[in-house]
Ligand binder design. Structure first.
Ligand code: UD1
Length: 352
């Protein structure tokens, strides 16, 4: 029987692994879940494991670091020991974080095949740490599970093979949890806008954060801002003035966040996952970045890329009426991924 090692570490990966993990268990496939420790606050990690019923990780590597070099090096070092002890048939990695990169790199050094969930995403902006991570992991991976036709096409253009269009595991999650978050009471008084900011391209520039805060203060609506620990640190460092219509709250659980987005007038973000979730919920989104790895969300104006100074104009735009809506699969990505893993295990399991 196939033995899978899944490596997660940061908040979005906890969401992405839930249904694949469940499907592996349903089929009696042994999964060793490893948590690198990249995210460690209860709001960023523990509550996802509790609320989404994710099994307790078999190994927690407790990597804590502010510095990417040290963070990735510690992960590689600790993952090497765990992988050599466990010798899985395949290592499953999710998305584009430093945990994804570390796991793919060391698995490949040890000759263990790698499967990448959410393969083929590209923003074509090498200044984003996640873009560099994705490109390297896709190059290393032996199996690529692509969430959309665009991502499949991106890998084809890069001459990367063993690609499969599966749909997006985050769409599976939204479909599954919709009856729960749709029943949730609203967390605040209508109308409101949901805001998340955590990308270094925004948080690490005092001027940019000033620009964002100024524009937010010019919006007439209440803004709910579940703040990432990185953002809190940087707001304190820069001493940016937070406008009175912005209500800073702790990071929300997965279900609270979907519930809050579902009843919002608008979403403002720099996160990849939240752009996609806003689109799946049909809530207009404005993304404070120069690029997006999810061009599907731009179609018909559901998502717009914005400079901080253009925020008010973009948030006030008319809500789109046309919605294509099927670009992220049929809600069965997790099942297809496990089908493909089983198929791979049953064949020659060649490493390219
Ligand atoms: C990481 C991912 C990003 C993802 C985001 C989701 C990389 C390169 N980036 O960014 O793709 O969108 O997670 O949240 O992997 N911190 C805490 N408590 C925690 C976690 C982090 O205080 O629970 C602090 C860290 O000490 C550090 C900062 O937040 O100072 C940034 O953490 P890090 O994991 O390096 O990257 P993220 O910004 O969270």
């Amino acid at each position: 029987m196939m033995r899978v090692m899944s490596v997660v570490g940061a908040r979005p990966q906890f969401v992405k692994c839930v249904l694949v993990s469940k499907e592996l268990k349903k089929r009696g496939i042994e999964e060793t879940l490893v948590h690198t420790g990249q995210h460690y606050d209860y709001e960023m990690s523990g509550q996802f494991f509790n609320d989404l019923d994710i099994p307790k990780p078999v190994h927690n590597l407790y990597v804590r670091s502010e510095h990417p070099g040290e963070q990735i090096a510690l992960m590689i070092d600790r993952l090497e020991t765990v992988m050599m002890d466990e010798l899985p048939d395949i290592v499953l990695v999710y998305g584009d974080t430093n945990s994804t990169l570390a796991a793919a790199l060391i698995a490949s050094k040890l000759g263990i095949p790698v499967a990448h969930v959410e393969a083929g995403c590209r923003s074509y902006d090498k200044k984003m740490p996640e873009e560099v991570n994705r490109v390297i992991v896709d190059y290393i991976a032996d199996l690529h599970f692509c969430p959309t036709l665009t991502t499949l096409h991106n890998l084809f253009e890069e001459n990367i093979y063993n690609t499969h269009l599966t749909g997006d595991v985050m769409k599976d999650m939204v479909d599954l949890y919709r009856p729960i978050f749709e029943c949730k009471p609203k967390i605040c008084v209508d109308p409101y806008v949901m805001l998340t900011i955590h990308r270094p391209s925004n948080t690490d520039s005092e001027a940019r954060m000033d620009g964002i805060m100024d524009s937010l203060g010019n919006l007439s609506t209440q803004i709910i801002f579940p703040a990432h620990p990185r953002t809190i640190k940087m707001l304190m460092k820069w001493g940016n003035v937070i406008p009175s219509n912005v209500q800073v709250v702790d990071p929300l659980s997965y279900i609270e966040m979907l519930g809050a987005m579902n009843y919002a007038e608008h979403v403002i973000t720099d996160s990849g996952g939240i752009q996609k979730e806003a689109y799946l919920l049909r809530i207009p989104c404005t993304t404070i970045r120069d690029t997006t790895e999810w061009p599907e969300t731009l179609q018909d104006g559901w998502n717009v890329i914005s400079e901080p100074k253009d925020l008010v104009h973009n948030v006030m735009r008319k809500k789109p009426t046309v919605y294509v809506g099927n670009q992220f699969g049929s809600g069965n990505a997790s099942t297809l991924i496990v089908d493909l893993l089983e198929e791979w295990y049953g064949t020659d399991r060649t490493i390219n």
